[in-house]
Design a protein around this ligand. Structure first.
Ligand code: NAP
Length: 282
């Protein structure tokens, strides 16, 4: 019997239980995937929950906002990828050791390739400098993209820039930061760029908001990936599609990161297609 779950706060909107239930059914495994909301700052409750993984009561735990970074000091170790990104979204127990992994970065890259089929890496503007941006920037840098981080708060963007360039200081990779506003972004807007929203702007219930600065035109031939997955079509994606650009929201990334986490816990092939069908049936 697999006891799996997700911690974060708030968790009311999560479709993860449905995705994992479908995967358990598909592989004919007994199990459950439950939500464990833990208030921001309640380190005691977070530590107690991790104790359940350590004792074997829980076989695996996913971590989401706001605990992806705060959970790190409570673990025994990190995978090289989670260490490079500086954020954890999946926890496993390996020979008594609590290990943190990050499946957001490979989940993003997998879905980016499948949905937008961009081929050769080029220039990307990533809006935001939080947990999702860390995974996105790391994924893009490790695939030789030139990344411009568009930030609201400079300290977070600089930390990200450091993380990105320190991990991939090889020829061809470049990470820079600019202010997220029209005047700064206009010079970055060359034809064919990839624009990624890694802020929560546009997420339900604030569905009329967009992170793209008003008055700034999308560059010709740009592609848009919005990591926000609720609503299914965000305002940013609507704006881009309206001018004929290809644009997708992050449901596929959510599914792929979940499939990779499931695979880590159970040893089964990542059940991306099964989870996608479950999400679409909702
Ligand atoms: P986070 O760690 O709180 O970071 C959010 C970032 O967005 C911060 O850099 C923040 O700026 C910036 N931001 C927030 N509001 C803004 C605004 N009005 N204008 C400009 N920038 C703003 O959150 P996160 O974990 O990165 O999550 C971000 C979004 O990604 C959420 O909607 C989450 O659901 C989604 N997500 C999706 C997936 C997926 O699988 N599809 C995975 C992870 C996350 P400051 O630094 O100035 O605070």
């Amino acid at each position: 019997m697999y006891h799996l779950g997700l911690t974060g706060y708030p968790l009311g909107h999560s479709i993860s239980p449905r995705l994992h239930a479908a995967a358990l059914r598909h592989y004919n495994l007994d199990g459950e995937y439950r939500l464990y909301p833990v208030d921001p700052g309640d380190d005691q409750a977070l530590a107690a929950l991790l104790g359940e993984v350590r004792s074997g009561k829980l076989d695996g735990l996913n971590v989401t906002i706001p605990h992806k970074q705060t959970v790190i000091p409570l673990l025994d170790g990190l995978s090289p990828l989670a260490a490079a990104i500086g954020a954890v979204n999946t926890i496993t127990l390996a020979e008594g050791w609590l290990l943190g992994e990050n499946t957001d970065a490979p989940g993003f890259l997998f879905d980016l390739e499948r949905e937008l089929k961009l081929g050769i890496p080029g220039k990307a503007v990533v809006m935001g400098a939080g947990g999702a941006a860390r995974a996105v920037v790391h994924g893009l840098c490790s695939n030789d993209w030139q990344v411009v981080i568009a930030y609201r708060r400079e300290d977070r963007a600089q930390a990200l820039e450091l993380a990105g360039s320190a991990g991939h200081a090889h020829a061809g990779t470049e990470v820079r930061t600019v202010l997220l506003e029209a005047g700064s972004l206009i010079v970055e807007c060359v034809p064919g760029i990839l624009i990624v929203n890694a802020t929560p702007v546009g997420m339900s219930p604030n569905v009329d908001s967009t992170p793209w600065p008003s008055g700034l035109n999308f560059p010709e031939g740009a592609s848009v990936y919005d990591v926000v997955y609720s609503p299914r079509e965000t305002m940013l994606v609507k704006q881009a599609r309206r001018v004929g650009l290809q644009a997708v929201t992050g449901l596929g990334m959510l599914i792929e990161q979940a499939a990779l986490a499931f695979s880590l816990w159970t040893g089964k092939e990542p059940p991306g297609a099964v989870m996608r069908a479950a999400a679409e049936a909702e």
